[in-house]
Design a protein around this ligand. Structure first.
Ligand code: SR1
Ligand code: MG
Length: 409
């Protein structure tokens, strides 16, 4: 595929910044002291620039293909526009928990944004054994603010219609629909597991109850356009920072929302929950039970942050005449149940599918076997929890029991 726009390189970013006058207040392109390509995701180029006065800037450019595979898997670079629009909308709702965008170049699909190089990517921090208390609750608040602030609960009817239309993102949604909901049970040639886990993957695909639940999850994802969700809210989409010597976050920010669209609120919660379970699977495999229980404790913390944010905003809902208190309770009950379902999907796809996690993949094979088995079994058990029962803490307990019995350490 030939691209009709120029890709950034470490040698051309200074010229690029010079060509965008709006960026002059952010960084001095004539006094750059460092330029690094730091993209470690599956899709894009990311450059971190620093100047002699200590200012920093991030430039993120969408490629016309999936970076982790190459040109053989084309993907629209328009995804950068969905990312910018959603980050701006989300930042307006909860600025402290969303990265700030400074500029967008729609011709070269380049986003200029805040330098967070004094933060960790949360997944990286988790894998290093670091603790960032407060991050899980903050991300719950973020999902709650978005659920309320971008939905019919807050927007006027015409504003809502415009926002929904602007966020129709079928190319990126299709990736999720395939990779997350279909392919864990129907391999399209992208799945892989250790030889020792082949039976676990086969058992998952043969589990009628699981596959039926994934069919329902996919249906919800494709039809339930409740709010402008992040769309890929795993621990690699969150930056965290704690002061030196402290385990408590002083900054937590969501980023990387190119999969944003009007979808089910519970998808974002389920993705977070699944990635806490995956972090716990790593900790169990490494023999660190307290850390595993700490990771699973984040399931309830995210829920509490989410519920608290919704309740705090509830009095501002647009139609209190019919959206009465029992409706809020019903919404919360539905979202809790759907979050379990989406968590199951994310657990399965991150274990057998194309986009795995470093949490599990960097474990030695003998330990990885049990961790992967536990995660797949948790996915199958999550979909079996009765619709109307179970708190997030109950789900954490189920995950703990499952990971504990499956580990091979
Ligand atoms: C082809 S993109 C693979 C995955 O990377 C992103 O992080 C999303 O999760 C997507 O499904
Ligand atoms: Mg991403």
């Amino acid at each position: 595929m030939t691209a009709d726009y120029e890709f950034l390189t470490v040698d051309t970013v200074a010229d690029y910044v010079r060509s965008v006058p709006r960026l002059a207040q952010r960084i001095n392109p004539d006094a750059l002291v460092s330029v690094r390509e730091i993209g470690d995701g599956n899709l894009n180029l990311v450059f971190l620039l620093g100047d002699a006065t200590g200012r920093g800037l991030v430039l993120k450019q969408a490629l016309p293909y999936v970076r982790m595979v190459g040109e053989g898997w084309p993907m629209t670079p328009e995804r950068a526009r969905f990312e910018v629009d959603s980050l701006r909308a989300h930042h307006a709702l909860l600025p402290e928990h969303v990265v700030e965008v400074f500029d967008y170049d729609p011709e070269r699909f380049i986003i200029a944004m805040e330098d967070l190089s004094d933060h960790w990517v949360w997944r990286g921090a988790l894998n290093e054994g670091l603790t960032h208390d407060g991050a899980a609750a903050a991300m719950g608040r973020y999902v709650g603010a978005v659920a309320f602030g971008t939905s019919a609960l807050a927007l006027k009817r015409k504003e809502l219609a415009k926002a929904v239309a602007a966020a129709v993102n079928p190319e990126l949604c299709l990736i999720t629909e395939d990779l997350v909901f279909s392919e864990p049970s129907v391999d399209a040639g992208r799945n892989s597991v250790l030889e020792q886990n082949k039976k676990d993957a086969t058992d998952l695909a043969a589990d009628e109850e699981f596959v039926t639940a994934m069919g329902r999850a996919k249906w919800l994802f494709m039809t339930k356009g409740e709010a402008l969700i992040h769309g890929d809210l795993h621990t690699g989409s969150v930056m965290v920072r704690s002061p030196e010597g402290s385990n408590t976050c002083d900054s937590v920010k969501a980023f990387d929302s190119e999969f944003a669209f009007y979808g089910p609120v519970a998808y974002d919660i389920g993705c977070l929950w699944a990635n806490y379970v995956i972090a716990a699977a790593r900790a169990f495999a490494l023999g660190d039970e307290p850390r595993a229980e700490w990771a699973l404790g984040m399931i309830q913390q995210t829920w509490d942050g989410f519920e608290g944010e919704l309740r705090a905003r509830w009095s501002d809902r647009r139609d209190a005449r019919v959206w009465r208190e029992p409706f809020l309770e019903q919404l919360l009950a539905d979202w809790n149940e759907e979050s379990r379902l989406f968590a199951a999907a994310e657990l399965a796809r991150r274990t057998v599918g194309a986009a795995k996690t470093k949490d599990i993949e960097t474990l030695p094979e003998d330990l990885r076997e049990g961790a992967a088995r536990g995660v797949l079994l948790a996915a199958r058990r999550f979909v079996r929890v009765r619709d109307d029962s179970g708190t997030p803490q109950d789900l954490a307990t189920l995950a703990s029991d499952t990971l504990r019995e499956s580990r091979t350490s």
